[in-house]
Design a protein around this ligand. Sequence first.
Ligand code: B12
Length: 254
Amino acid sequence: MIKTVNDLTDFDPIFIRYDIKIAPKKRAASDVSTDPALQAIAKGVVEGDEDMVAEASKAAIASKGPQTVIDTLILGMAEVSKLWDDGVYYLPQVILSSDALMVGLNMAEEALGSAVVKKGTVVMHCAHGDIHDIGKNVAAALIRANGYKVIDLGSDVPEETVVKAAKDNKADLVTGTALMTTTMSAFHRVAEGLTKEGINIPVVASGGAVSEEWVTSWDRGVYATFAKQGPEMAGDAASGMSWEDMRAKWNLVL
Ligand code: B12
């Protein structure tokens, strides 16, 4: 007998085939926490489940505080990265996961609040050609919550736009994030642009593709490993610390 759509009772194989529904994982993600409340946040990120992340984050913000929630969201995304690297996840799953992470991050950022008096101004961006903005968003949330004005230029930002924003806003610090080897070279052009404009401020560069050795090979570059370093780095720059001194403080390669 010929089957028609009316004979179908199980649509899952079709939804999964077209990535409308996520397939059961070929390899389960590792647990990132022994605490069930935190594990639920990471699980929600891994499964791209915004509701799960929202519910778990709400409870954990109240019981453990927003910073712990942010740390757990990043750990969840690290599991997503492993699933991607192993070929278990494809773009649709990763997009769902990053959207779910943003739900938790926005809730945590709101809970962190921010000081009314601004301690300084930080211009942040993802490199020209690069749309990977998760780490930048986490760092921006932390820097903002610590009382700095953040001019977030978003993703795929041309070098001239970054330099102009730094000039127009009298920035104390420029930060850049790149996750692709093809995009990270934009940072040293940003640094050169600042020099041409006579703007003598540090450029903190970070992201999966970026190495400390590379960042410290051009003037103004200071390498960051973790988003949570952002507020202290912003404080250093706002207090007038030179990029040379910041590099000596934060980086091993001189
Ligand atoms: C999520 C993801 C995506 C998402 C991005 C969603 C988003 N809104 O960001 C989507 C699905 C859209 C995507 C698309 C693509 N991706 Co992608 N993606 C990833 C993945 C799985 C995880 C990256 C991530 O978010 N990590 C977690 C965050 C938290 O890390 P992070 O940004 O580095 O931030 C940390 C630090 O760097 C630091 N930090 C970052 N910024 C800042 C700023 C400051 C001030 C401070 C202090 C610290 C700091 O703090 C964080 C830790 O605390 C990686 C795989 C991997 N192994 O990394 C691939 C990966 C980055 N993607 C890759 C590729 C190739 C692509 C695509 C070209 C795929 C395609 N064929 O279309 C496109 C890119 C399009 C473009 N033009 O950019 C490659 C890049 C390869 C390379 N080396 O060049 C990777 C490495 C995968 C791979 N192994 O091939 N991707």
